[in-house]
Design a protein around this ligand. Structure first.
Ligand SMILES: [Zn+2]
Length: 213
C-alpha cells in the first residue's frame, strides 16, 4: 500500500470521486493496495455497494496525480479519494449501480461530518485534471447522492466562458492551457451524452444554470 504523511499545515478539505477503470474489482483492489503500483486510495466501493477502507484518511493516498483545483495544487495533499468500481471508458463504461450510490451517499455523509467538508468541495477527478482524466464520467450523477456543488448567489446576465469556468473551480492555469478539456469536464458533470468542446447555446445555458441554480 502506498501512502505518505500529510503536511502538518494542510487540512483535508476535498473529496475526489474516481472510477477504477479496470476490468474487474479484484484487479482494481490489487492495484490500489500494491506497493508497486504508484497509486492508492482511501475508499473503494464495489458495484454491490461494499465499501473497502484501504487507507485511513489521515494519511495521504496517491490518487489525484498532477492536479489543480481553485487555488490549490497537488490535490492529494488536501483530499480523501473514493474509487467507484466501473470498467471505465476504456473497457466498457457502465452505469453506476443503485447500491453504489447508496453506499457513496452514506460514506460522504460520514466524511463530511468528520472532516467538515462542504458540498462545493466534493469534486471529480476530471475536474482537477481535465487534460488527463475522464472519471467518474458522464454517467455519474452527483444529484443521486443529494449533493449540490454550486450555490453561487451573485447573478448577472452575462458571464464569459472563462468566468464561468473559474466559478466552477478550475485552476487559472488549466483554463488558460486546457480550456477545451475544461469544457468537456463540465459536459461530463452535466451528464451530456456527446462530450466535445463545442459551446452551443444550450451548453452555455445549462452551464449557467448549473452554477446559479
Ligand atoms: Zn481517477
Amino acid at each position: 500500500m502506498n501512502y505518505s504523511f500529510r503536511k502538518k499545515n494542510k487540512i483535508v478539505k476535498y473529496i475526489v470521486i474516481h472510477y477504477t477503470g479496470m476490468k474487474t474489482l479484484k484487479l482494481a483492489y490489487q492495484k490500489l493496495s500494491s506497493k508497486h503500483s504508484n497509486v492508492s486510495i482511501h475508499y473503494l466501493i464495489s458495484q454491490n455497494g461494499i465499501i473497502f477502507n484501504l487507507l485511513c484518511p489521515s494519511y495521504k493516498a496517491w490518487h489525484a496525480g498532477k492536479s489543480k483545483w481553485k487555488n490549490n495544487t497537488n490535490i492529494n495533499e488536501h483530499s480523501i479519494g473514493i474509487e467507484l468500481e466501473n470498467k471505465g471508458h476504456e473497457f466498457g463504461y457502465t452505469n453506476y449501480s443503485k447500491k453504489q450510490y447508496y453506499s457513496l451517499k452514506n460514506l460522504i455523509y460520514f466524511l463530511k461530518k468528520n472532516f467538515y467538508i462542504t458540498d462545493n468541495n466534493i469534486v471529480f477527478h476530471s475536474d482537477i485534471a481535465p487534460n488527463r482524466k475522464l472519471d467518474p464520467g458522464e454517467k455519474f450523477s452527483i444529484k443521486r447522492i443529494g449533493i449540490r456543488r454550486f450555490y453561487n448567489k451573485r447573478k448577472k446576465n452575462e458571464y464569459s466562458i472563462n468566468e464561468m469556468l473559474s466559478l466552477y473551480g478550475f485552476h487559472k492555469s488549466y483554463i488558460n492551457k486546457y480550456k477545451n478539456f475544461c469544457i468537456m469536464a463540465v459536459k461530463r458533470s452535466l451528464n451530456y451524452k456527446a462530450i466535445n468542446s463545442y459551446q452551443s447555446k444550450k451548453f452555455l445555458n445549462d452551464f449557467y444554470n448549473l452554477l446559479f441554480s
